[in-house]
Design a binder for this molecule. Sequence first.
Ligand SMILES: [Zn+2]
Length: 257
Amino acid sequence: MAKIVVEQIPVLTDNYIYLLHEPESGATAVVDPAVTEPVLEHLAAKNWRLTHILNTHHHGDHTGGNIDLIKHTGCVVVGAARDSERIPGIGIEVGEGDTFMLGAAAAMVFEVPGHTSGHIAFWFPDSHALFCGDTLFSLGCGRLFEGTPEEMWRSLKKLRDLPAETLVYCGHEYTAANGRFARLVERDNQALHVRLEQVEKLRAKGRPTIPATLADERAANPFLRADMGSVARAVGMEPDAHPNLVFAELRRRKDVF
Ligand SMILES: [Zn+2]
């Protein structure tokens, strides 16, 4: 099976755009192009021709470059069928369980509502690469603009079940701020402390903390750990409290943190 090469482009304040290239066919996709110019510059530098845009959700800082990139390159936009009205220029509509082929590289599509109602994620199993937009962040998760805590927890569990070696390519560099909240929740979590040290070193050098591995996230991200007794206790609940309730309380506390 074909693997993809991933190029990470930091834009705006804290957004990441990703270029995905499948060398056998030359197919190239951009994930969540907030803007146009940096994408065109990177394509020119690599001598890659853009064939697709993959949108995880409709927010402007993930789709702002869609129409211009279509004009410049003739690429096709892949987005959620259930959000087709809000994805600018959508050409291929996908949903849960669909497979999208970037050349010879297969991506599975997951519906992960919560941040928005039509949020999707793309998983390239042969490259261990997950593009999850604003659903799962390193040490955090997206705000619930259009979904319930129950929906978001179900979405996060779906992503948590992917293989441990999965690389989590999320939409924003929020890790350090997320870590400050995570540390309040699980003071005694060793994995979290190791990750925080690593994050501090990377940010001091101006380097990205993304991608994170799913193994690290399972061990350190409180929003993937709402079914752990220690996390329930940390938000003032019984250790056997329902994870939906624990997750809702975690999200509420983070919103006002
Ligand atoms: Zn968003």
